[in-house]
Design a protein around this ligand. Structure first.
Ligand code: HSE
Length: 426
Protein backbone atom coordinates (compact mmCIF):
# COMPACT_ATOMS: atom_id res chain seq x y z
CA UNK A 1 0.00 0.00 0.00
CA UNK A 2 1.55 3.30 -1.02
CA UNK A 3 0.31 6.73 -0.13
CA UNK A 4 1.10 10.21 -1.37
CA UNK A 5 2.19 12.87 1.10
CA UNK A 6 2.37 16.47 -0.02
CA UNK A 7 5.02 18.61 1.60
CA UNK A 8 5.69 22.36 1.62
CA UNK A 9 9.04 23.99 2.27
CA UNK A 10 9.26 27.45 3.80
CA UNK A 11 12.69 28.97 3.11
CA UNK A 12 14.70 27.57 0.23
CA UNK A 13 18.24 28.50 1.23
CA UNK A 14 21.05 26.01 1.82
CA UNK A 15 19.18 23.62 4.11
CA UNK A 16 15.78 24.01 2.43
CA UNK A 17 17.48 23.36 -0.89
CA UNK A 18 19.19 20.25 0.48
CA UNK A 19 15.82 19.02 1.72
CA UNK A 20 14.25 19.58 -1.69
CA UNK A 21 17.11 17.73 -3.34
CA UNK A 22 16.74 14.67 -1.11
CA UNK A 23 12.97 14.56 -1.51
CA UNK A 24 13.27 14.69 -5.29
CA UNK A 25 16.49 12.68 -5.84
CA UNK A 26 15.43 9.90 -3.45
CA UNK A 27 11.72 9.99 -4.25
CA UNK A 28 11.67 6.57 -5.91
CA UNK A 29 13.87 5.11 -3.20
CA UNK A 30 11.54 6.30 -0.45
CA UNK A 31 8.49 5.13 -2.32
CA UNK A 32 10.07 1.69 -2.47
CA UNK A 33 11.42 1.55 1.07
CA UNK A 34 8.88 3.65 3.00
CA UNK A 35 5.81 3.11 0.87
CA UNK A 36 5.25 6.85 0.64
CA UNK A 37 5.40 9.09 -2.40
CA UNK A 38 6.62 12.43 -1.05
CA UNK A 39 5.84 15.38 -3.31
CA UNK A 40 7.00 18.92 -2.73
CA UNK A 41 3.81 20.74 -3.62
CA UNK A 42 4.67 24.27 -2.51
CA UNK A 43 7.73 26.32 -1.71
CA UNK A 44 7.65 29.66 0.06
CA UNK A 45 10.53 32.05 -0.39
CA UNK A 46 10.59 35.74 -1.14
CA UNK A 47 13.40 35.17 -3.66
CA UNK A 48 11.92 33.63 -6.80
CA UNK A 49 15.37 33.32 -8.31
CA UNK A 50 16.38 31.01 -5.48
CA UNK A 51 13.33 28.85 -6.09
CA UNK A 52 14.22 28.61 -9.79
CA UNK A 53 17.86 27.81 -8.99
CA UNK A 54 16.79 24.46 -7.51
CA UNK A 55 14.82 23.60 -10.65
CA UNK A 56 11.54 24.05 -8.78
CA UNK A 57 8.72 24.97 -11.16
CA UNK A 58 7.36 28.47 -10.62
CA UNK A 59 3.89 26.99 -10.28
CA UNK A 60 5.03 25.55 -6.93
CA UNK A 61 5.91 28.98 -5.52
CA UNK A 62 3.46 29.91 -2.79
CA UNK A 63 2.52 33.56 -2.45
CA UNK A 64 2.10 33.45 1.33
CA UNK A 65 2.04 31.21 4.37
CA UNK A 66 -1.75 31.47 4.29
CA UNK A 67 -1.78 29.73 0.94
CA UNK A 68 0.15 26.82 2.49
CA UNK A 69 -1.99 26.75 5.63
CA UNK A 70 -5.16 26.67 3.50
CA UNK A 71 -3.97 23.90 1.18
CA UNK A 72 -5.82 20.79 2.32
CA UNK A 73 -3.52 18.49 0.32
CA UNK A 74 -0.42 19.51 2.27
CA UNK A 75 0.09 17.60 5.51
CA UNK A 76 3.73 18.38 6.37
CA UNK A 77 5.53 21.72 6.29
CA UNK A 78 9.30 22.05 6.52
CA UNK A 79 10.59 25.31 7.99
CA UNK A 80 14.12 26.18 6.94
CA UNK A 81 13.95 29.95 7.12
CA UNK A 82 15.95 30.33 10.33
CA UNK A 83 15.67 33.10 12.93
CA UNK A 84 12.78 33.71 15.27
CA UNK A 85 10.44 35.86 13.16
CA UNK A 86 8.64 35.43 10.88
CA UNK A 87 9.40 31.72 11.30
CA UNK A 88 7.50 31.52 14.60
CA UNK A 89 4.35 33.16 13.24
CA UNK A 90 4.45 31.02 10.10
CA UNK A 91 4.98 27.77 12.03
CA UNK A 92 2.19 28.52 14.48
CA UNK A 93 -0.15 29.27 11.61
CA UNK A 94 0.46 25.98 9.84
CA UNK A 95 0.43 23.96 13.09
CA UNK A 96 -2.94 25.45 14.00
CA UNK A 97 -4.19 24.45 10.54
CA UNK A 98 -3.36 20.84 11.49
CA UNK A 99 -0.18 20.37 9.47
CA UNK A 100 2.86 18.84 11.11
CA UNK A 101 5.98 20.99 11.09
CA UNK A 102 9.57 19.86 10.67
CA UNK A 103 12.11 22.51 11.55
CA UNK A 104 15.88 22.92 11.73
CA UNK A 105 15.54 26.10 13.77
CA UNK A 106 17.40 25.64 17.06
CA UNK A 107 17.11 29.27 18.12
CA UNK A 108 13.35 29.21 17.66
CA UNK A 109 12.82 25.84 19.35
CA UNK A 110 15.05 26.69 22.30
CA UNK A 111 13.39 30.08 22.83
CA UNK A 112 9.75 29.23 22.01
CA UNK A 113 9.31 25.49 22.32
CA UNK A 114 6.33 25.75 24.75
CA UNK A 115 4.37 28.06 22.44
CA UNK A 116 5.13 25.94 19.39
CA UNK A 117 4.19 22.73 21.17
CA UNK A 118 0.95 24.31 22.41
CA UNK A 119 0.07 25.30 18.84
CA UNK A 120 0.91 21.79 17.65
CA UNK A 121 -1.34 20.20 20.29
CA UNK A 122 -4.15 22.61 19.50
CA UNK A 123 -3.92 21.81 15.81
CA UNK A 124 -3.50 18.07 16.45
CA UNK A 125 -0.22 18.27 14.56
CA UNK A 126 3.33 17.09 15.13
CA UNK A 127 6.36 19.26 15.79
CA UNK A 128 9.70 17.70 14.89
CA UNK A 129 13.18 19.20 15.06
CA UNK A 130 15.82 16.48 14.66
CA UNK A 131 17.73 18.83 12.34
CA UNK A 132 17.96 21.55 14.97
CA UNK A 133 20.78 19.81 16.82
CA UNK A 134 23.92 18.20 15.44
CA UNK A 135 22.85 18.28 11.76
CA UNK A 136 22.72 14.82 10.24
CA UNK A 137 23.36 12.98 13.51
CA UNK A 138 20.08 11.49 14.81
CA UNK A 139 20.75 12.47 18.41
CA UNK A 140 17.23 13.64 19.18
CA UNK A 141 15.68 10.41 17.97
CA UNK A 142 18.29 8.52 20.01
CA UNK A 143 17.38 10.43 23.17
CA UNK A 144 13.61 10.19 22.60
CA UNK A 145 13.34 6.72 21.21
CA UNK A 146 16.54 4.79 21.69
CA UNK A 147 17.57 5.58 25.24
CA UNK A 148 14.25 5.91 27.07
CA UNK A 149 15.16 3.06 29.41
CA UNK A 150 18.00 5.07 30.90
CA UNK A 151 18.44 7.88 33.31
CA UNK A 152 20.82 10.00 31.27
CA UNK A 153 23.66 11.08 33.54
CA UNK A 154 25.48 13.32 31.10
CA UNK A 155 25.72 14.60 27.59
CA UNK A 156 29.01 16.15 26.57
CA UNK A 157 29.21 17.39 23.04
CA UNK A 158 31.00 19.29 20.36
CA UNK A 159 27.84 20.69 18.85
CA UNK A 160 29.07 23.69 16.92
CA UNK A 161 31.01 22.98 13.76
CA UNK A 162 32.26 26.50 13.15
CA UNK A 163 34.07 26.79 16.47
CA UNK A 164 35.39 23.26 16.16
CA UNK A 165 36.83 24.18 12.77
CA UNK A 166 38.46 27.32 14.17
CA UNK A 167 39.90 25.54 17.23
CA UNK A 168 41.16 22.67 15.08
CA UNK A 169 42.99 25.11 12.80
CA UNK A 170 44.48 26.87 15.81
CA UNK A 171 45.58 23.54 17.29
CA UNK A 172 46.89 21.78 14.21
CA UNK A 173 48.30 24.68 12.26
CA UNK A 174 49.17 27.14 15.00
CA UNK A 175 46.86 29.75 13.51
CA UNK A 176 45.66 32.69 15.58
CA UNK A 177 41.95 33.04 16.33
CA UNK A 178 41.32 35.84 13.82
CA UNK A 179 43.05 34.09 10.92
CA UNK A 180 41.21 30.84 11.65
CA UNK A 181 37.90 32.72 11.84
CA UNK A 182 38.61 34.42 8.53
CA UNK A 183 39.27 31.05 6.91
CA UNK A 184 36.06 29.62 8.41
CA UNK A 185 34.17 32.57 6.95
CA UNK A 186 35.76 32.10 3.51
CA UNK A 187 34.69 28.45 3.55
CA UNK A 188 31.14 29.39 4.49
CA UNK A 189 31.20 27.79 7.97
CA UNK A 190 31.17 31.03 9.89
CA UNK A 191 28.78 33.82 9.05
CA UNK A 192 29.82 37.41 8.31
CA UNK A 193 28.64 38.17 11.86
CA UNK A 194 30.02 35.13 13.68
CA UNK A 195 28.71 36.02 17.17
CA UNK A 196 26.13 33.24 17.48
CA UNK A 197 28.77 30.61 16.85
CA UNK A 198 31.92 32.01 18.44
CA UNK A 199 30.21 33.31 21.58
CA UNK A 200 28.52 29.95 22.19
CA UNK A 201 24.88 31.00 21.64
CA UNK A 202 24.32 28.38 18.94
CA UNK A 203 25.71 25.64 21.19
CA UNK A 204 23.61 26.89 24.13
CA UNK A 205 20.41 26.75 22.05
CA UNK A 206 21.21 23.18 21.08
CA UNK A 207 22.22 22.17 24.59
CA UNK A 208 18.95 23.56 25.94
CA UNK A 209 17.02 21.26 23.59
CA UNK A 210 19.22 18.21 24.14
CA UNK A 211 19.42 18.58 27.91
CA UNK A 212 15.65 19.08 28.21
CA UNK A 213 15.06 15.87 26.26
CA UNK A 214 17.80 13.94 28.05
CA UNK A 215 16.79 15.02 31.55
CA UNK A 216 13.01 15.12 30.97
CA UNK A 217 12.62 18.64 32.27
CA UNK A 218 12.96 22.16 30.86
CA UNK A 219 16.51 23.42 30.73
CA UNK A 220 15.88 26.98 29.52
CA UNK A 221 18.71 28.30 27.41
CA UNK A 222 18.95 31.39 29.64
CA UNK A 223 20.02 29.13 32.52
CA UNK A 224 22.97 27.77 30.59
CA UNK A 225 26.41 29.09 31.53
CA UNK A 226 27.93 30.29 28.26
CA UNK A 227 31.44 31.33 27.31
CA UNK A 228 32.75 31.56 23.73
CA UNK A 229 36.14 30.96 22.15
CA UNK A 230 37.22 34.50 21.29
CA UNK A 231 39.71 34.79 24.13
CA UNK A 232 41.56 31.55 23.44
CA UNK A 233 45.19 32.38 22.75
CA UNK A 234 47.89 30.57 20.82
CA UNK A 235 49.79 30.25 24.11
CA UNK A 236 46.88 28.43 25.78
CA UNK A 237 46.63 26.00 22.91
CA UNK A 238 50.37 25.35 22.93
CA UNK A 239 50.54 24.89 26.70
CA UNK A 240 47.46 22.66 26.58
CA UNK A 241 49.09 20.44 23.97
CA UNK A 242 52.23 20.18 26.10
CA UNK A 243 50.06 19.10 29.03
CA UNK A 244 48.24 16.49 26.91
CA UNK A 245 45.02 18.38 26.12
CA UNK A 246 43.15 19.56 23.04
CA UNK A 247 40.85 22.48 23.35
CA UNK A 248 37.19 22.11 22.33
CA UNK A 249 34.08 24.20 22.79
CA UNK A 250 32.06 21.72 24.83
CA UNK A 251 28.39 21.74 25.66
CA UNK A 252 27.99 19.87 28.91
CA UNK A 253 24.78 18.73 30.55
CA UNK A 254 24.78 16.62 33.70
CA UNK A 255 22.07 15.48 36.03
CA UNK A 256 22.61 14.18 39.54
CA UNK A 257 19.28 13.66 41.29
CA UNK A 258 17.45 16.96 41.03
CA UNK A 259 20.52 19.05 40.28
CA UNK A 260 21.37 19.83 36.68
CA UNK A 261 24.47 21.45 35.21
CA UNK A 262 24.26 22.99 31.76
CA UNK A 263 27.21 24.87 30.39
CA UNK A 264 29.00 25.79 27.19
CA UNK A 265 32.64 26.82 27.37
CA UNK A 266 36.07 26.11 25.93
CA UNK A 267 37.43 23.00 27.59
CA UNK A 268 40.72 21.15 27.68
CA UNK A 269 39.91 17.59 26.66
CA UNK A 270 42.49 14.89 27.45
CA UNK A 271 44.06 13.75 24.16
CA UNK A 272 42.98 10.17 24.97
CA UNK A 273 39.28 11.08 25.17
CA UNK A 274 37.23 10.21 22.05
CA UNK A 275 36.03 13.82 21.79
CA UNK A 276 39.62 15.05 21.42
CA UNK A 277 39.86 13.41 18.00
CA UNK A 278 36.77 15.14 16.62
CA UNK A 279 38.32 17.66 14.26
CA UNK A 280 37.37 20.22 11.65
CA UNK A 281 33.70 21.04 11.31
CA UNK A 282 32.58 17.66 12.65
CA UNK A 283 30.34 17.32 15.67
CA UNK A 284 30.10 14.60 18.30
CA UNK A 285 28.01 13.93 21.36
CA UNK A 286 29.13 11.67 24.18
CA UNK A 287 26.22 10.35 26.22
CA UNK A 288 26.22 8.36 29.44
CA UNK A 289 23.14 6.51 30.61
CA UNK A 290 22.73 4.48 33.77
CA UNK A 291 22.24 1.20 31.91
CA UNK A 292 23.68 1.77 28.47
CA UNK A 293 26.93 3.32 29.81
CA UNK A 294 28.93 5.46 27.35
CA UNK A 295 27.86 6.13 23.76
CA UNK A 296 29.30 8.45 21.17
CA UNK A 297 27.49 9.93 18.19
CA UNK A 298 29.67 11.48 15.51
CA UNK A 299 28.99 13.17 12.19
CA UNK A 300 28.38 16.33 10.27
CA UNK A 301 26.60 18.96 12.32
CA UNK A 302 25.76 21.28 9.45
CA UNK A 303 25.47 21.53 5.68
CA UNK A 304 22.69 21.12 3.16
CA UNK A 305 22.83 17.37 2.74
CA UNK A 306 23.42 16.19 6.35
CA UNK A 307 20.85 18.62 7.74
CA UNK A 308 18.49 17.75 4.89
CA UNK A 309 18.89 14.10 5.85
CA UNK A 310 17.70 14.86 9.40
CA UNK A 311 14.79 16.91 8.10
CA UNK A 312 13.62 14.20 5.74
CA UNK A 313 13.87 11.62 8.50
CA UNK A 314 11.40 13.78 10.46
CA UNK A 315 9.21 14.13 7.39
CA UNK A 316 9.03 10.35 7.13
CA UNK A 317 8.38 10.09 10.86
CA UNK A 318 5.57 12.64 10.66
CA UNK A 319 4.04 10.85 7.69
CA UNK A 320 4.06 7.47 9.44
CA UNK A 321 3.40 8.30 13.11
CA UNK A 322 0.09 7.09 14.43
CA UNK A 323 0.07 10.11 16.77
CA UNK A 324 2.34 13.13 17.15
CA UNK A 325 5.25 12.79 19.54
CA UNK A 326 5.40 15.59 22.12
CA UNK A 327 7.86 16.25 24.91
CA UNK A 328 7.46 13.93 27.90
CA UNK A 329 7.78 16.67 30.53
CA UNK A 330 5.89 19.79 31.53
CA UNK A 331 7.07 22.00 28.71
CA UNK A 332 6.37 25.48 30.03
CA UNK A 333 9.85 26.93 29.51
CA UNK A 334 10.47 27.21 33.26
CA UNK A 335 12.75 25.35 35.61
CA UNK A 336 10.46 22.79 37.26
CA UNK A 337 9.73 22.96 40.99
CA UNK A 338 12.26 20.85 42.85
CA UNK A 339 14.86 21.05 40.07
CA UNK A 340 17.97 23.16 40.50
CA UNK A 341 20.06 24.27 37.55
CA UNK A 342 23.32 25.10 39.16
CA UNK A 343 26.01 27.47 37.98
CA UNK A 344 28.27 26.23 40.74
CA UNK A 345 29.48 23.08 39.05
CA UNK A 346 32.74 21.34 39.77
CA UNK A 347 35.56 20.82 37.33
CA UNK A 348 39.29 20.70 37.03
CA UNK A 349 40.81 23.99 35.90
CA UNK A 350 43.74 25.36 33.95
CA UNK A 351 44.77 28.85 35.03
CA UNK A 352 47.55 30.94 33.51
CA UNK A 353 48.60 33.74 35.84
CA UNK A 354 50.99 36.46 34.70
CA UNK A 355 53.28 37.50 37.51
CA UNK A 356 56.38 39.48 38.32
CA UNK A 357 59.20 36.96 38.28
CA UNK A 358 60.13 37.49 41.95
CA UNK A 359 60.72 35.11 44.85
CA UNK A 360 57.61 34.19 46.81
CA UNK A 361 55.02 34.87 44.11
CA UNK A 362 54.29 31.18 43.51
CA UNK A 363 53.80 30.61 47.25
CA UNK A 364 51.47 33.60 47.45
CA UNK A 365 49.27 32.33 44.61
CA UNK A 366 49.31 28.80 46.02
CA UNK A 367 48.22 30.25 49.36
CA UNK A 368 45.17 31.82 47.76
CA UNK A 369 44.17 28.52 46.21
CA UNK A 370 44.59 26.79 49.56
CA UNK A 371 42.43 29.41 51.26
CA UNK A 372 39.61 28.65 48.82
CA UNK A 373 39.91 24.85 48.96
CA UNK A 374 41.33 24.57 45.46
CA UNK A 375 43.90 21.78 45.30
CA UNK A 376 46.77 22.03 42.83
CA UNK A 377 47.60 19.07 40.61
CA UNK A 378 50.56 20.58 38.78
CA UNK A 379 52.42 23.84 38.26
CA UNK A 380 54.64 24.96 35.41
CA UNK A 381 56.06 28.22 34.25
CA UNK A 382 56.46 29.84 30.87
CA UNK A 383 58.03 33.19 30.10
CA UNK A 384 55.61 35.95 29.27
CA UNK A 385 56.36 39.60 28.49
CA UNK A 386 58.40 41.30 31.17
CA UNK A 387 57.60 38.69 33.82
CA UNK A 388 56.50 35.09 33.79
CA UNK A 389 53.31 33.12 33.40
CA UNK A 390 52.62 30.42 35.96
CA UNK A 391 50.31 27.70 34.73
CA UNK A 392 48.26 25.78 37.31
CA UNK A 393 46.23 22.65 36.81
CA UNK A 394 43.87 22.14 39.71
CA UNK A 395 42.20 19.11 41.14
CA UNK A 396 38.42 19.03 40.90
CA UNK A 397 37.16 22.20 42.53
CA UNK A 398 33.99 24.25 42.75
CA UNK A 399 33.51 27.00 40.18
CA UNK A 400 32.73 29.52 42.94
CA UNK A 401 35.95 28.66 44.79
CA UNK A 402 38.01 29.05 41.63
CA UNK A 403 36.35 32.37 40.76
CA UNK A 404 36.98 33.63 44.31
CA UNK A 405 40.62 32.55 43.95
CA UNK A 406 40.93 34.52 40.71
CA UNK A 407 39.67 37.69 42.39
CA UNK A 408 42.14 37.31 45.25
CA UNK A 409 45.07 36.33 43.02
CA UNK A 410 44.64 39.47 40.94
CA UNK A 411 44.92 41.55 44.10
CA UNK A 412 48.28 40.13 45.17
CA UNK A 413 51.24 42.54 45.00
CA UNK A 414 53.32 40.52 42.56
CA UNK A 415 50.66 39.26 40.15
CA UNK A 416 49.44 41.05 37.06
CA UNK A 417 46.34 39.14 36.04
CA UNK A 418 44.81 35.75 35.46
CA UNK A 419 45.31 35.57 31.71
CA UNK A 420 43.29 32.43 31.15
CA UNK A 421 40.87 30.20 32.98
CA UNK A 422 39.96 27.08 31.05
CA UNK A 423 37.97 24.20 32.46
CA UNK A 424 39.43 20.74 32.05
CA UNK A 425 37.34 17.67 31.26
CA UNK A 426 38.07 15.12 33.95
N1 HSE B 1 26.45 27.40 12.83
C1 HSE B 1 26.20 26.04 13.14
C2 HSE B 1 27.53 25.32 13.36
C3 HSE B 1 25.43 25.41 12.01
O1 HSE B 1 28.58 25.89 13.07
O2 HSE B 1 27.53 24.22 13.87
C4 HSE B 1 24.66 24.20 12.40
O3 HSE B 1 23.75 24.41 13.42
Amino acid sequence: MTKTVNVAIMGIGTVGGGTYEILTENREFMLRTQGIDFRVKKVLDKDLERIRSFGIPESAAASSVDEIAADKDISIVVETMGGVEPAKTFIEKVLLSGKSVVTANKELVSKHWPALEAAAKKGGAGLYFEASCVGGVPIIRALQEGLQANHINSIVGIINGTTNYILTKMTEEGMGYHDALKEAQQLGYAEFNPTADVEGFDAAYKLSILASLAFHTCVPYQTIYREGITKISKADIKTGLELGYRIKLLAIGKRRGDVIEARVHPTFVPASHPLAGVGGSFNAVYVNGDFVDDLMFYGRGAGARPTGSAIVSDVVYAAKAAAPLYSDFVNDGKVADGIEITGDFSSKYYLAVSVKDVPGVLAAVAGVFAKHNVGIESVSQRSGGSGAVIVFLTHTALESDVKASVTDIEQLDDTNKVESLIRVLA
